[in-house]
Design a protein. Sequence first.
Length: 325
Amino acid sequence: MANNDKNEPLLSGPQDTAAQKAKGRLNQRRFLRSRSAPHTDCAPLVTRNNESIPLYESIFGNLHPSFKNVSIILIVYLGVGTLIFYLVRNQIKGMKTDRFLDALYFTIVTMTTVGYGDLVPNSDLTKLLACAFVFSGMALMGLILSKAADYLVEKQEVLLIKAMHMHQKVGPSEILKELEINKTRYKFILVLFLLLILVIMGTTFLVTVEKLDVIDAFYCVCSTITTLGYGDKSFSTQAGRIFAVFWILTGTICLAQFFLYMAELNTESRQKALVKAAEFVIYKLKEMGKITQEDITLVMKEFEELDIDQSGTLSNSDITLAQSS
């Protein structure tokens, strides 16, 4: 490759000006979209160069329904379920404590498909109601899995990357790139940490409040968060069921999210291990001395300038915009 051609762009002409204008318009649109994003109340991340990273868009993309809507749906579901099972409480048999608490507890156990068996429907009406609530509850769990955990992890990722780069001079683009590349790994690590906390918390509570030994308490925790629910060990006291209302919901969601991120991380690792045809061609050209790393850097810089939407690919609109004058 001739030296006098190294600095000549692939697409010559005034496309640089057009590309810069397009980038400016894109940034403006992203800023406008950020005003309706669910995390606009968070302060932007500031680097050592006093540059801020605008949180213009969730790194998980636009998630619908919003966290607020999912919370409202969950509250409505629990409220309706508790009211209905409270009204038919005499048609539910089993180990009972407080009437209202038992109704809420039964709703949670049904929604998460834990099904201990300590409270069971005892009439045709309650059996039909349980069938309706278990299917609608599973659909609701899917919504929660897709939103609630991501909402939490997104904020933790920014703090994690900020700590990692605290002593490095990096710009906002590098940090956002780091987030994008390793976001699945960060999500997996955080969910694993939360899962361990929930297991320890549940085991400790069952030992101290429900008076189970350590093995039985751990056994009950595992059968609960996996929704196995044998029923031989469960929350039988009033205090235990108050704790279970919150712990069962968060524990089952966290475990499901853990396996989801594990599968996603494994898939990404396998994909990164594959060598694409373009990568092999570049490697062989470098090996034969046909091109240098400087040539590749120059071409990649040109590619990044043409990639207006920063998607990592060039679309027809990107090429057309770059060539237009």
